[in-house]
Design a protein around this ligand. Structure first.
Ligand code: KIV
Length: 250
């Protein structure tokens, strides 16, 4: 994990994308991505749930196994699903389960509130990526995906979260939908790299949900994403050509 701190020291940006299946993982890996996250965003973009709060550990294990078969060089991180790390003991069991499925590190949501969980997992020799800012597993309590760090007290709390996650031993931290100026301050304050999503350009790296990047989930694209492809359109075109060809008997 020192490699990621070294990248920060050299001001080399870290790249991260999500994958939930073998072909996508293999394509991302072969393209040279640094980190592949089996995100619990699988719940929305693959399983058709409304948000990540229904994703189970069994589902994460299934997708982590598939991704692990396709990854040779990137770091494979798996998300710990909601309510599988409510206590440090539960967190250790979940992290071990994901590592057995092929993950090389795990990610969990929460800062100061989850220090004991992060420390317990690291004590087991498993690397942890933190995740602060907008926490999708709390979207129902929060009432939506809102920018974090807009007020002075929220910004101060986020900086404390970042520092707590670093002190607990995490090797990197995701900043999700954090006010870009606050994301910059957190990035400057930490030795571990910050990986931003919707948090401006000044993080040490960027992560996106691959479906958003390639236009594979056309029914919703977050405002901060500029898709690089329109894969859904290509699928529709191919399917319509197949239907037309088959029906006309050509
Ligand atoms: O689940 C996920 O895909 C994530 C990223 C958006 C950071 O947590």
């Amino acid at each position: 994990m020192q490699e990621f701190r070294d990248k920060k020291l050299r001001s080399e940006r870290i790249t991260a994308l999500t994958a939930y299946d073998y072909p996508t993982a293999r394509l991302l890996d072969e393209s040279g991505i640094d980190i592949i996250l089996v995100g619990d965003s699988v719940g929305m973009v693959v399983l058709g749930y409304e948000d990540t709060t229904q994703v189970t550990l069994e589902e994460m294990v299934h997708h982590t196994r598939a991704v692990a078969r396709g990854v040779k060089r990137a770091l494979l991180v798996a998300d710990m699903p909601i309510h599988t790390y409510d206590t440090p003991a539960e967190a250790v069991v979940t992290a071990r389960t994901l590592v057995e499925a092929g993950a090389q590190a795990v990610k969990l949501e929460g800062g100061v509130s989850h220090i004991l969980q992060i420390e317990a997992i690291i004590c087991e020799g498993i690397s942890v990526m933190g995740h602060i800012g907008m926490l999708p597993q709390s979207v129902r309590e929060e009432g939506g995906y809102k920018v974090k760090g807009r007020t002075k007290s929220e910004a101060e709390a986020l900086i404390r979260d970042g520092q707590a996650v670093e002190t607990a031993g995490a090797f990197a931290v995701v900043l999700e939908i954090v006010n870009p100026e606050v994301a910059r301050q957190i990035t400057d304050a930490l030795k571990i790299p910050t990986i931003g999503i919707g948090s401006g350009e000044d993080c040490d790296g960027q992560i996106l949900v691959t479906h958003d990047l390639i236009g594979l989930f056309p029914w919703f694209t977050p405002k901060f994403v500029s898709p690089e492809a329109r894969v859904a359109d290509e699928i529709r075109k191919a399917v319509q050509s197949f239907i037309a060809r088959t029906r006309s008997g050509t």
